[in-house]
Design a protein around this ligand. Sequence first.
Ligand code: BGC
Length: 395
Amino acid sequence: MNIQKNYMVGFAIMLFASLNIQCKGNQKEEKSTEVTDTQKMEIATIEKTAFGTTPEGESVDKYTLKNQKGMEVAIITYGGIITSLKVPNKDNVYEDVVLGYDSLAKYTKSSPYFGAIIGRYGNRIAKGKFSLDGKEYKLATNDGPNHLHGGAKGFDKVVWTAVAIKGDSTASLKLTYLSKDLEEGYPGNLKAVVTYTLTNDNVLEVLYEATTDKKTIVNLTQHSYFNLSANFSKTILDHEIAINADTFIPVDATLIPTGKLTDVTNTPFDFRAAKVIGKDIEAKDDQLKKGLGYDHCWILNNQNEGFKLAASAYHPESGRLLEIYSDEPGIQFYTGNFLDGTLPSKTGGTYAHRTGFCLETQHYPDSPNQKYFPSTVLNPGEKYTSKTSFKFSVK
Ligand code: BGC
């Protein structure tokens, strides 16, 4: 029995070591590598399976990245969507903590950006219009009068080309998409590359890169809905959130920045010390009323530090702690206010109001039309880069 078990373990190690999989589209190269004993300890794995076909006939794959500890992230090439993310609780039980669906058809039918890469412009652009060098560009108005998250067919709805890359102790998935000149109304051929890397420290890193051949605008982000309880029938109101920000961006009735900034002191928007989401979410406050809860961008402190702790989320019952580091100047905190119990949950039932929250690192909403916000313009010859890490632990 023991011999058989040892043989099985040895076989699994050899299999993972010999499958240094490089996948591009449908081509697949398999490379043999020799591993040392220390490397064996650090082995991370990548598994590729088919996830279905889009209504347009494009095939979609699912890549499951797993680290040595057992943390696991599944990403599909449609929208670069994270379909599941398994992290330990304080009893070392690994469970899925992101909302999503169990089939491609559900994602293509209707999704509030569950787990997706958002581009070319995360968040809203007023009236779907902006100008560059005196020329006006028109974008889809897919959110009332405004443009939201890249338009009718944003980066969340396209099929990305994937390359799986295995390091000694990391597993990465590099996704590439070429957005053609004037696609969704944006100027320039934009080559976007998003690399997800899972490390053995239970960190999921997201590196965004882009280049263009014409002056354009870019603001990429990740739209995972977290519920650290791993029970999607429970609301997220019991999670403790901290946001490292002294100010936030107030919005008008259509969620476009008013142009002013508000100090969070003595407002429901003060998350400088960790606070349970439910504490103030129903407070009588004009901004909460406009967002139907929290749906705002905070201006992160310590921007000169570059890559910094932006926010954290802690779920006391499970002990799960998520810390988000980023070099972006802002973070959108959205409390799943538009979830209304109509979308099917992957664990049965439906996603009810506020059963997931998003913390989306990004530049500020409507920056192309706001004179005093940091620029989101990308010129030919420049490289857009942005990095965010999701670090999971227990306390
Ligand atoms: C926005 C919400 C929007 C949601 C879409 C969030 O990033 O801030 O206003 O409804 O995405 O699901």
